[in-house]
Write a protein that binds this ligand. Structure first.
Ligand code: SAH
Length: 344
């Protein structure tokens, strides 16, 4: 059996040609996958029955199983997917007004080592394939009710997307192609710890994806502790690469800052951060720490969060505190998988 979504559509196109099938059969199957939300070849009712049978013998549409499906009262749904090799990954659907945002993973585990993040606690296991990345989008799309439409994608699940660009980019292509999911590149956010060579590669593509850079500290001393991969890079190099991306995309950047009580949430940190970001056309997304079992960090009080943001606002920086959604279903990256791994 071949995986349909990996190497899609080349594998399908060449197989159809071998079977002396007209090329438009490929377009029909593509429409069923992306617009028709079909789950099986059986449902592709405009294909001849014998072709459906042969497709079924040759290809599997899905390479993952839903190991867990959780729903919370605010409309958030989370899937824990079991991959063919037994590894698990997470992906999430968030509902907010008319918005239907999905959050997808790019790797099993993560090598960046951020000390407050559940995904990287056991390092990186492997990169996801393009098909596995695309499959998350399609499986989440199939959770929507008739009349609901995916509007946004954030690559903010497990893994560092810029460490797996070769496989991420083909999947994102299908996300924004009109004959794919048709989501505009501006509504697709790539969240990264900041890897300058990969950022430059993204700049050269000239596709206006929205970029979010996870900063978490206003100086290299602190960032080296919180985001160990920073040791070989440094904030200045990341800001310069982000700036080059901005020059090409013209899109306002987002900086993310996980607020850890007593660690990076003091007024002095806010002042340094304001100085760092002054003059950048950027939004600062402040994310109160979401507790991870076994880690020593604390979520700052609401008053401390406001005090931190007030310093930045007064300095003219655009700040937003990210609203927490799906807390009760462990919707922060890597938490559901971790619970399964450690069996708590
Ligand atoms: N590797 C990428 C994308 C995955 S993480 C990146 O670093 O951006 C997505 C966001 O969630 C990052 O900003 C990350 O720092 C944040 N995050 C990770 N663990 C968290 C936690 N326990 N609480 C709050 N935010 C967290």
């Amino acid at each position: 059996m071949q995986s349909l979504l990996d190497a899609f559509p080349e594998n399908l196109t060449s197989w159809l040609a071998e079977q002396a099938q007209p090329a438009f059969r490929g377009s029909q199957i593509q429409r069923w996958l992306f617009q028709g939300r079909a789950d099986s070849f059986d449902q592709m009712s405009d294909l001849p029955a014998n072709l459906r049978d042969r497709l079924q013998e040759q290809f599997q549409i899905w390479s993952t199983d839903i190991a867990l499906h959780q729903q919370s009262a605010d409309g958030t749904e989370k899937l824990l997917l079991r991959l063919a090799d037994g590894q698990t990954i997470e992906c999430v659907l968030l509902r907010d007004g008319q918005r239907r945002t999905i959050c997808i993973s790019s790797q099993v585990g993560c090598a960046m080592g951020c000390v407050f993040c559940a995904s990287g606690l056991d390092g990186v296991k492997r990169n996801l394939t393009s098909g596995e990345i695309l499959e998350q989008m399609l499986k989440l799309q199939r959770l929507l009710a008739p009349g609901e439409r995916l509007s946004h994608i954030v690559v903010m699940g497990m893994g560092e997307p810029l460490a797996n660009l070769d496989r991420l980019l083909p999947a994102l292509d299908w996300a924004h192609r009109r004959d794919g999911l048709g989501i505009s590149a501006r509504r697709i956010t790539i969240s990264t710890v900041g890897l300058p060579p990969a950022l430059d590669r993204l700049s050269r593509l000239e596709i206006p994806y929205h970029l979010a850079v996870s900063l978490h500290a206003p100086n290299d001393d602190l960032r080296n502790q919180l985001v160990p991969v920073n040791r070989g890079i440094g904030i200045a190099a990341i800001l310069a690469a982000a700036d080059r991306y901005f020059q090409v995309s013209g899109r306002r950047l987002t900086f993310e800052y996980v607020l850890l009580g007593q660690v990076n949430d003091q007024v002095d940190h806010a002042r340094q951060l304001a100085a760092l970001l002054r003059g950048q056309n950027a939004l600062l997304n402040v994310i109160p720490y979401n507790p991870v079992a076994g880690l020593p960090y604390e979520t700052p009080s609401a008053a401390d969060q406001r005090a931190f943001c007030a310093v930045l606002t007064r300095a003219g920086i655009q700040v937003q505190i990210r609203e927490r959604k799906g807390d009760e279903i462990d919707a922060a990256c890597g938490q559901l998988r971790r619970k399964q791994l450690i069996g708590s």
